[in-house]
Design a protein around this ligand. Structure first.
Ligand code: ZN
Length: 291
């Protein structure tokens, strides 16, 4: 039989956790101990994975003229651009990053207005991050636009990388997650907010409408493996996220109703018969949300 780890020091029992050794307080009964262990374990896991809380705003509202029914609308083809920075702080050079900074002229005007409402400006942003290398997501800004001040330039924004994440305490809680399918190099960003776990996913999910219909961006001529990878990436995102900021549409919550709908409609997903693991993960998350 294994020796309980706290037997060596009965007065100040300790527990091995993700974060090292925890000193346990005295307990009235075993039930208290179990609750404490459970809570400590959960808290440590959260602390390790998400050492900081963040907030975000959209600097550009993403939209896509092509609809899943193959109709085109007059909406512009622009990505969602999101500013992320720690809660209880103001966006600054050392703590803020804009994700997918591919701005249209009107998008930039909107960005300036959004920042101004925070008492900030484009000059205050420190970093940028591109979810993938497609032309509608990479750094593109028109410094001569009347929206940007004449002396401002994107040279002030540094590319945010994993090493920047390690070097900068303010961004240590932002995790890049590989999300291939739509593009091999696609990386989502995952971080904690007051609303729960938030994922900025680029085109791993185009928008809620495309997701609900299990459609992918077919004009890119994806092969079977890409499509299967796309669904597996969707499952990875929906297995964790509470809030998703998709590549070309408004943010949405991941709740039981959405997961039920996706599980029910999964047979409409192309090649669904080759990736039953996807629907299994969604069912698993659905069960967790109902608990
Ligand atoms: Zn895109």
């Amino acid at each position: 039989m294994k020796t309980p780890v706290f037997r060596k020091s009965p007065r100040t029992p300790r527990l091995r956790s993700h974060a090292g050794w925890l000193r346990l307080p005295p307990f009235a009964n075993t039930a208290d101990l179990l609750v404490y262990v459970h809570l400590s374990h959960a808290l440590c896991r959260i602390d390790v994975e998400f050492p900081m809380l963040y907030q975000w705003i959209l600097l550009q509202n993403g939209s896509l003229p092509l609809k899943p029914d193959q109709q085109f609308t007059s909406e512009p083809h622009v990505c969602s651009a999101t500013l992320v920075w720690p809660v209880d702080t103001a966006p600054a050079e050392t703590n803020s990053l804009v994700v997918d900074p591919c701005f249209s002229t009107s998008g930039l005007t909107f960005a300036v207005r959004q920042l101004s409402a925070l008492g900030a400006s484009l000059e205050d942003i420190g970093f940028f991050f591109e979810t993938h290398g497609h032309g509608d997501h990479v750094l593109n800004i028109r410094p001569r636009s009347s929206a940007a001040s004449s002396h401002w330039s994107t040279r002030q924004w540094r590319r945010w990388t994993v090493s920047a994440q390690q070097d900068l305490d303010a961004t240590r809680g932002i995790q890049p997650i590989s999300c291939p399918g739509h593009a091999d190099d696609l990386q989502a960003l995952r971080f904690a907010t007051r609303e729960g776990e938030t994922w900025i996913v680029g085109d791993a999910i185009l928008d809620l409408q495309w997701l609900r219909l299990w459609q992918y961006y077919w004009p890119n001529m994806y092969g079977r493996d890409d499509v299967l990878q796309t669904w597996r990436t969707v499952a990875e995102i929906l297995a964790h996220a509470n809030v998703v900021i998709p590549g070309h549409g408004p943010p949405f919550a991941v709740d039981a109703a959405l997961l039920e709908e996706l599980v029910g409609g999964f047979t409409h997903a192309e090649h669904h018969e080759h990736c039953a693991d996807v629907v299994d993960r969604l069912r698993h998350r659905l069960a967790a949300l109902r608990r």
